[in-house]
Write a protein that binds this ligand. Structure first.
Ligand SMILES: [Zn+2]
Ligand SMILES: [Zn+2]
Length: 257
C-alpha cells in the first residue's frame, strides 16, 4: 500500500495544511479517505488524477472532512467520469441526497452509490483485494475509524476522536499489530480538550494499555493551528511508543507501507 497525505489540517485555515484527506493506494487503485476543503486541489498537486478516484471513504460528516466531496464529483463529471462509490457512517445517504437536491443540475448526471457502514462491519471496495474494518471514535458526532489490510500490510486511520478503545483495538485486532497508525492530533501537549486528541492524551492511553510497539509507525494528522511550533515536542513525547518512530504528517507526503 501507499499513503499520500493530501490534507493534514482542520476547519481553521493555516499555512501549508488544507482540511482532512488522504489517499491509500491498494492494488494500484487510489481510495480517498475524507475530502475536506482544499483536498481536490491537493489531488491535482499529487501524483494522482482526480478522475482516478471513484471510491471515497468518509470518517464522518463534519465539513472539514467532506466539503470537497461534491466538488470532486463535479470535477470528475466535467471530465466524463460520472461514477463514484461513497462509504460513510449513518447519515451519509441523507447528506448526499440533500446536496443533490440543492445542486439539482447534477441530478441524473452523476452515478453516486452510497454504502453506509457501522462499527464492527467490514467491507471491500470493488476492484481491490483488501479488508476494511470500521470502529467508532469518540467525537462530537458519530465518527468512524478504519483498519485497512492488504497484502500483509495494515494501516489504521483514526478519524476524529480522542484516544479510545474501539480505535486502538483496531491496532491490536489479531495480535500482529499494524504497520502505520494515522492518528489525529488536534491540539498540543497540555491543551484541555475532549472529542479530539493531544500528544499527552495519546501517550497516556498507550501507557495505560501497555500498547508500546503494537504499532510500527505513527503519523499525526488533523492539526489545529495551535499545533504550530509544537510538532517537535509532540514527536519527542510519542517516539518511545512506536518502534518505527512517530512523525507529524504534512500535505503531499507519500509513504510506502
Ligand atoms: Zn470532526
Ligand atoms: Zn475534523
Amino acid at each position: 500500500m501507499k499513503i499520500t497525505f493530501l490534507g493534514t489540517g482542520v476547519a481553521i485555515p493555516q499555512p501549508n495544511r488544507v482540511q482532512s484527506g488522504m489517499i491509500i493506494e491498494v492494488d494500484s487503485k487510489p481510495i480517498l479517505f475524507d475530502c475536506g476543503g482544499g483536498v481536490l486541489n491537493r489531488i491535482f498537486e499529487s501524483n494522482y488524477d482526480h478522475t482516478d478516484i471513484d471510491t471515497i471513504v468518509l470518517s464522518h460528516l463534519h465539513l472539514d472532512h467532506v466539503a470537497d466531496v461534491l466538488c470532486l464529483i463535479k470535477a470528475n463529471w466535467l471530465c466524463d467520469k460520472t461514477d463514484v462509490t461513497i462509504y460513510g457512517p449513518k447519515g451519509t445517504q441523507q447528506w448526499i441526497s440533500g446536496l443533490l437536491e440543492i445542486y439539482d443540475y447534477m441530478q441524473g448526471k452523476v452515478d453516486i452509490s452510497v454504502t453506509e457502514v457501522a462499527a464492527g462491519e467490514m467491507f471491500t471496495p470493488d476492484g481491490v483485494s483488501c479488508k476494511i474494518t470500521c470502529a467508532s471514535g469518540v467525537h462530537s458526532v458519530p465518527s468512524l475509524g478504519y483498519r485497512i489490510e492488504s497484502g500483509g500490510a495494515t494501516v489504521v486511520y483514526s478519524g476524529d476522536t480522542e484516544p479510545c478503545d474501539p480505535i486502538m483495538n483496531l491496532c491490536d485486532d489479531d495480535g500482529a499489530g499494524v504497520d502505520v497508525l494515522v492518528h489525529e492530533c488536534s491540539f498540543p501537549i497540555g491543551f484541555e480538550v475532549t472529542n479530539h486528541t493531544t500528544p499527552d492524551m495519546l501517550a497516556g492511553y498507550m501507557d495505560e494499555h501497555g500498547l508500546k510497539n503494537t504499532v510500527d509507525r505513527l503519523y499525526l494528522t488533523h492539526l489545529y493551528p495551535h499545533m504550530q511550533r509544537h510538532e517537535g515536542e509532540s514527536v519527542e513525547l510519542l517516539q518511545q511508543y512506536f518502534k518505527g518512530g512517530a512523525r507529524v504528517a504534512s500535505d503531499l507526503l507519500e509513504i510506502e507501507v
